[in-house]
Design a protein around this ligand. Structure first.
Ligand code: CP
Length: 348
């Protein structure tokens, strides 16, 4: 395959790294992103975030709606001194008038990083194949990697001081969603025990369990897939997500009838978890379905800290994925070009 010729930003394409899934990264690499989150959160608290994305542009493609992912990426780019472009698939030619390949090539020549929320995993794979700048998966039907950084970071912030992540067990309540799959892989890679607690029909597919098996061998973690809600008694973290996604509205009634009331996160369910257990939810939450308002308002619920940490994560992602490829402008050259341009303009 012939790749597009070098763009004006002259990126180092040989080592281009995209973020499609957490399975693409070692624990050490995830730790590096998490350490960056620590530093950037500290800088934000001091209202002193360095402009590490100065004059750079983030292209954000959205084929589906979003509050947290959109706002956190856009604010992160601004706080770091750069700019974000919101590109709804209704407004650009993506896969319609123009192929995804050509869209990736064009965006790569104008922007420094691309984030995309797609309805079809093939779209994100096609963007990665042709882009000459890093591509970040902002959620497809398989994975939600940017959510994982915020989740692990939030758990670390709120877990008891005498505990390590490897001491904890996380229970995902409900369907084997993109978030559930991402948590299975991230937790087991990280040495955290994982449970999916949900009805048999909606349990995790074998191929992902096989991958998790290989992570468990390395990390010492274990996982369990069960329909037995009483297993929350073994869990330190209870995690909620919607019982259906926007593309599954035709299954909504059937799903709700299967999941409710057994798998709904209530105050009573939280009392059955381990003492001190925390509640996470990737949000948006439906407080008439997968979680009650009382549980969301409980002192154990950290879902809004978790949402805020999406911003911490996106700042780290922008810095981590662009810092290796982008050369900052040389002051001498800038001054030389400024002189040349001013000289030309003075003659107009
Ligand atoms: N959790 C999450 O991705 O939220 P949004 O759909 O609002 O981006």
């Amino acid at each position: 395959m012939k790749l597009p010729s070098s763009s004006a930003t002259d990126l180092n394409k040989k080592n281009m790294v995209h973020m499609v899934s957490m399975k693409d990264f070692s624990k050490e690499e995830i730790d590096q992103m998490m350490e960056l989150m620590d530093l950037l959160k500290e800088a934000r608290k001091d209202n002193a975030i360095p402009h590490l994305f100065k004059d750079k542009s983030l292209a954000m493609i959205f084929e589906a709606g979003s509050t947290r992912t959109r706002v956190s990426f856009e604010v992160a780019a601004t706080l770091l001194g750069g700019h974000a472009l919101f590109l709804s698939s209704r407004d650009i030619h993506l896969g319609g008038k123009e192929s995804i390949d050509d869209t990736a090539r064009v965006l790569s020549r104008m922007c420094d990083i691309i984030m995309a929320r797609t309805n079809n995993p093939e779209t994100i794979d096609a963007l990665c194949k042709m882009s000459t700048v890093p591509v970040i998966n902002g959620l497809d039907t398989r994975f939600h990697p940017t959510q994982m950084l915020a989740d692990i970071f939030t758990i670390k912030e709120h877990m008891p001081k005498d505990k390590k992540l490897t001491d904890l067990t996380l229970a995902f309540m409900g369907d084997a969603t993109d978030v559930c799959r991402s948590l299975l892989l991230t937790c087991t890679k990280y040495g955290m025990n994982f449970k999916q607690i949900g009805p048999k029909k909606y349990q995790m597919q074998k191929e992902w369990l096989e991958l998790a098996d290989s992570y468990c061998k390395e990390s010492g973690a274990n996982y369990e897939i069960t329909d037995d809600v009483s297993k929350v008694s073994e869990c330190d973290v209870i995690y909620g997500d919607s019982f259906y996604w926007v593309t599954q509205l035709d299954e909504k009634e059937e799903r709700l009838a299967t999941f409710m009331p057994d798998y709904v996160i209530t105050e009573e369910l939280m009392r059955k978890a381990k003492p001190g257990a925390m509640l996470l939810h990737c949000l948006p939450a439906n407080d008439k379905e997968e979680v009650t308002r009382e549980a969301l308002e409980g002192e154990y619920c950290v879902a809004f800290d978790q949402a805020e940490n999406r911003l911490t994560a996106q700042m780290a992602i922008l810095v981590y994925f662009t810092n290796k490829y982008i050369t900052n402008p040389c002051e001498e050259k800038k001054s030389m070009h400024e002189k040349k341009l001013n000289n030309y303009l003075s003659k107009l």
